[in-house]
Ligand binder design. Structure first.
Ligand SMILES: Nc1ncnc2c1ncn2[C@@H]1O[C@H](COP(=O)(O)OP(=O)(O)OP(=O)(O)O)[C@@H](O)[C@H]1O
Length: 616
């Protein structure tokens, strides 16, 4: 199409020069059709390449999501992957940029360039002999060498700029997530200074990049415009030096000059376009590097997997269990991943994937029998625990104990002694540095449910039902309503039903910011009553709740026959536990002993009504 559009003026020169009105009208009609064709082709190319970039983005994002959400990789990455900045930015922006530059900006020019350059080289040779192609090719080589020198620093700077952008945005996210605390501290000025520091770093890199781009743009524009002149230098060769068109009339010469100029200019333009892609390549290299770093880090984390209670097959990141009543279990168990979540995209489809999905749906898997069940959930044998990033800090030394269904355990100790860290070890998030910890049950929420110290409620159109059944996925099942209402009544949060406009109303407000800390803790505990796990691990789960409500909740846990392992500071908690593990926090010392619940209950009774908090 470009060729037809390009030679059209030379045909006009002939028709107009010969005063041939019939040819002139025919050329007008032909020109219109060609332009329509060209416009349509260009629009179609853009459409297809954009479509391709969307598809590529989907594939890359789904692949990285799978690795990121699989087996707590996101946790390990935030804990151990300090050298990898802003994984969220890499997933949300860098992948989009990579696929857009690759598919929209680079692919079509790159695919078509060899054909265009080959064809126009032939046309140039045909009309000017070897002088034309040699001149244009030499011109291209010089341009490439100059570009190369400028492009190398640009790649590094693009990489830096992306990192600074991420840090800058992260600073603002942090303020947004903690608006209330910042307002209470009245620390707006300090936050301003810290945000400005990040901004300054970003602006400095952007300035440098802009300066290098000035040089790049100057060189590119210079070669662009000089290319226009070069085509006329070449046209002069057959006319003035080789006398090839001596016999041509003025009109014919006009047509020849117009046609040949188009050939040479288009060849030069094709080379310039390929070189202009160099800028895009620089940017592509910068962002692709960031995406690949993330991919490699995630692959490394999985090759070095800490989790041992699950077969090493990949658990599809988006597989979650549908809330179902007992009698629904069998029907939900036969659902495939596709039925539940729509088509899943998986590059390395795993044989065990379906099996894992069934396991998460509550169906028995064939190796379920391999898991012994004598009521012992966890055995810790001479385990020494340190934070993963600091082996010299010993939290607990040579700990030996068993977590058994039916036997409640209270972990006590001063703040920072390592109570939450022990739960991290039980949950398989941290490994013991020596000794052994075996989890005899599959770590799923129906067996072992962990409530973190800081409650978590996802936001963005999540319904009350979904919050209650988290971490499983809820479908609107009418008959579950009495059960959900009962669960809310236990934690005295039934007023939420009205506030949320029912169980299935999409809530737009931020749960974490709107509900009080006590309400958030009560709603977390509602999840325990809903899930009804065999053992619940409660990390200071009642610290923001009044004394009486705490007693009520622990009594309900006992009524529901849910075994629990709690951490906490309140003396009153002791009466609800059989054993106490006291962590001393000095070089990892600890003591484990039975609790005489009866005497503690009578002592606690004397405090009742005063809501006194006593340190243990
Ligand atoms: N990711 C981490 N990297 C390094 N050290 C950590 C990490 N997380 C916790 N620690 C350290 O491990 C120790 C134990 O922390 P942990 O959160 O278990 O205390 P805790 O007993 O639960 O405290 P609190 O009662 O205040 O909740 C602390 O000294 C803490 O600073």
């Amino acid at each position: 199409m470009t060729f037809l559009v390009g030679v059209q003026p030379s045909l006009f020169y002939v028709a107009i020069g010969n005063r041939d009105s019939d040819s002139y009208l025919a050329l007008c009609a032909r020109g219109t059709v060609i332009v329509i064709g060209k416009a349509f082709t260009l629009a179609l190319c853009k459409f297809l390449s954009t479509y391709l970039s969307i598809k590529c983005r989907e594939i890359c994002n789904l692949t990285i999501h799978r690795l990121y959400f699989k087996r707590q990789a996101f946790y390990k990455m935030s804990l151990l992957g300090d050298h990898l900045d802003n994984p969220d930015q890499r997933m949300t922006q860098d992948i989009e940029k990579t696929t857009r530059i690759l598919s929209v900006d680079l692919m079509i020019p790159f695919l078509t360039a060899p054909f265009i350059i080959g064809y126009y080289t032939y046309l140039t040779y045909d009309s000017s002999g070897w002088v034309g192609p040699v001149a244009i090719y030499s011109y291209f080589v010089i341009q490439t060498v100059v570009n190369k020198f400028i492009l190398t620093p640009i790649v590094g700077l693009v990489n830096d700029q992306e990192k600074m952008e991420g840090d800058f945005r992260h600073r603002h996210m942090e303020v947004r997530n903690n608006v209330e605390a910042v307002a209470f501290y009245r620390s707006g000025v300090l936050e301003n200074v810290m945000a400005n520091q990040k901004l300054k770093l970003l602006i400095a890199v952007q300035r440098k990049l802009t300066e290098w781009r000035l040089a790049l743009n100057f060189i590119t524009n210079f070669f662009d415009y000089f290319g226009g002149m070069l085509s006329y230098f070449i046209i002069g060769v057959p006319i003035f030096i080789t006398d090839a068109y001596n016999g041509a009339t003025g009109t014919e010469l006009n047509a020849i000059v117009s046609r040949n100029a188009f050939y040479y200019m288009y060849l030069i333009y094709s080379f310039s376009s390929v070189l202009k892609l160099a800028g895009d390549f620089g940017e592509l290299a910068g962002v692709t590097h960031r995406v690949m770093e993330l991919y490699e880090e995630l692959t490394r984390l999985h090759s070095d997997c800490l989790e041992t209670d699950r077969p090493p097959s990949t658990v599809p990141s988006s597989v979650v269990v549908i809330a179902s009543d007992e009698d629904d279990k069998n029907s939900s168990a036969v659902r495939t991943i596709e039925e539940i979540h729509g088509k899943q995209l998986s590059l390395e489809r795993d044989e065990q994937e379906e099996e894992e999905a069934q396991y998460l749906l509550g169906a028995k898997t064939k190796d379920d029998e391999e898991w012994p069940d004598d009521g012992v959930a966890i055995t810790v044998d001479s385990a020494t625990l340190s934070p993963p990033t600091d082996n010299s800090h010993i939290i607990i030394q040579l700990l030996s104990l068993q977590i058994i269904q039916g036997q409640t355990l209270l972990i006590t100790g001063d703040s920072g002694c390592g109570k939450s860290s022990l739960l991290r070890m039980f949950a398989g998030l941290w490994n013991c540095s020596s000794g052994k910890m075996d989890c005899h049950w599959r770590r799923r929420s129906q067996n072992l449910l962990f409530l973190a110290q800081k409650p978590y409620f996802p936001s963005g159109g999540v319904t009350l039902r979904q919050q209650l059944v988290y971490p499983i996925k809820a479908l609107p099942v009418e008959k579950e309503i009495p059960r959900l209402t009962k669960v809310l009544e236990i934690v005295k949060m039934e007023h939420l039903i009205e506030r949320c406009g029912g169980f299935d109303n999409n809530i737009e407000w931020d749960w974490m910011k709107t509900l009080s800390p006590g309400e958030l803790q009560r709603l977390s505990l509602a999840r325990v009553f809903y899930t009804n796990p065999r053992i619940a691990f409660l990390d200071e789960a009642t610290s923001a709740i009044g004394f009486e409500l705490e007693m009520h909740i622990y009594r309900k846990l006992q009524e529901e026959k849910i075994t629990y392992v709690s951490t906490g500071h309140r003396y009153s908690l002791k009466q609800f536990h059989d054993m106490e593990l006291r962590v001393n926090g000095h070089g990892g010392e600890w003591t484990l002993h039975d609790i005489d619940s009866a005497s503690i209950a009578s002592r606690t009774a004397s405090f009742l009504g005063t809501d006194t908090v006593l340190s243990m």
